[in-house]
Design a protein around this ligand. Structure first.
Ligand code: GLA
Length: 385
């Protein structure tokens, strides 16, 4: 979806739903994390890129305190009053919207038409994209003057308090601060981002995302369990966060489960540094090797992989021209990434397709992605109301 397409679709969709034109249209990208997985809730490092798939919102200010929202993606409506915003039970898309509304404390209500081309449940941060699209829209419409970092923090709180997921801040930072041709070295301790060049295409390579179609659910229990285990490991080591732990100390941890969890996080932080350095000197094979090592660590030590993700990575290892592959995002299903020579993509898809067919699994999808710009207005915006 180009910005022009988003602007047109937002205008038309809003008018159909609410009978008038919107004040403006905003969009926010999904993200793919290159490396640095399950580190962000232990003050660690991550290296995401924003991608050219978006959640968008067309919005119009109201004179009263009502909020009306329509999701064109889910064909679902929701209404609320600004004075009584509260989490709704169960997985509910409106919680992400309500959490941002509550976090920004806007003076009057708003009508929202939500749409986009970012698949839900694929591990590409559709929820963070929704939060950031709404956040930039409200920031503009009500002249709130929040920085992208502040909007990301509002999104993370929405996730924590309204959606009940103890996620870190990676997804919101990536969606808010994405840049074309750059990966974002995110230090979640501060949190701050420094952009590093990431253009594998210039070396004849591509980064592909393989959506395994194994449904991924961050609100399931696995993510929360890892969050708690990581916290327990930090406490056992006597450090504020696993960011501060050394590998040798981790190996002395008595509890084997906590040892493995901590080992993943500590070695993963080191791999982020390694990948930034390797990409900087154009050493793509080293980047790929770090991807494979990350996947092994996520599968063996952190235990957040899934048979479909393991299959993608093991097939990828066998295909000449594939430099590396790993699960991306929370895991437990969702998507994997592979860094490969462009001409290797067809072979990877063919071999994987054969393996999927043998197992009778529903087909996966595979698409090349490039580093893209972050959340922004694509149409209108209005004067402060
Ligand atoms: C999800 C969370 C992020 C991060 C990743 C794992 O995407 O929302 O904060 O923890 O999982 O790296």
């Amino acid at each position: 979806m180009t910005p022009q397409q988003a602007a047109a679709a937002g205008r038309d969709g809003f008018r159909q739903r609410f009978g008038t034109g919107p004040d403006g249209v905003w969009l926010a990208p999904g993200r793919v994390n290159l490396i640095g997985e399950h580190t962000d809730y232990q003050q660690g490092l991550c290296l995401p890129i924003a991608i050219e798939r978006h959640t968008a919102v067309a919005a119009r200010r109201r004179q009263d305190g009502r909020v009306r929202a329509w999701s064109g993606v889910l064909a679902a409506a929701a209404e609320a009053d600004l004075r009584s915003l509260a989490p709704r039970p169960g997985p509910n898309w409106f919680n992400y919207v309500a959490g941002v509304l509550a976090g920004l404390g806007i003076p009057r209500g708003v009508d929202l038409f939500v749409f986009g081309d970012l698949p839900l449940g694929a591990g590409l941060s559709s929820s963070a994209a929704l939060e950031m699209a709404v956040a930039v829209a409200l920031n503009d419409l009500f002249a709130l003057s929040r920085t992208p970092e502040q909007l990301a923090a509002v999104g993370q709180r929405a996730e924590n308090l309204f959606a009940g997921v103890n996620s870190g801040i990676m997804d919101q930072m990536a969606s808010a601060l994405g840049q074309a041709r750059k990966a974002l070295l995110l230090d979640t301790r501060i949190p701050t981002v420094s952009a590093v060049p990431f253009v594998p295409e210039d070396a004849g390579l591509a980064l592909v995302v393989i959506d395994t179609r194994a449904a991924h659910q961050v609100s399931g229990g696995g993510y929360q369990a890892r969050f708690e285990e990581a916290r327990a490991a930090a406490a056992a080591l006597g450090v504020p966060a696993l960011r501060d732990a050394r590998e040798a100390e981790v190996e002395r941890l008595g509890d084997p489960l906590l040892r493995r969890r901590a080992r993943h996080i500590v070695t993963e932080n080191a791999r982020v540094v390694e990948v930034v350095a390797a990409a900087g000197r154009g050493d793509w094979p080293a980047v790929g090797q770090a991807f494979f090592a990350s996947h092994r660590s996520l599968a063996m030590d952190y235990e957040v992989s899934h048979p479909a993700l393991d299959l993608v990575v093991s097939v990828a290892r066998e295909v000449p021209g594939v430099l590396g592959a790993r699960l991306t995002g929370a895991g437990f299903g969702g998507s994997a990434i592979a860094l490969l020579r462009t001409e290797a993509e067809a072979e990877l898809i063919a071999r994987l397709r054969a393996q999927y067919a043998r197992r009778g699994w529903a087909p996966f999808t595979c698409a090349a992605v490039q580093a893209a710009a972050g959340a922004r207005r694509v149409e209108g915006g209005g004067t402060p109301g």
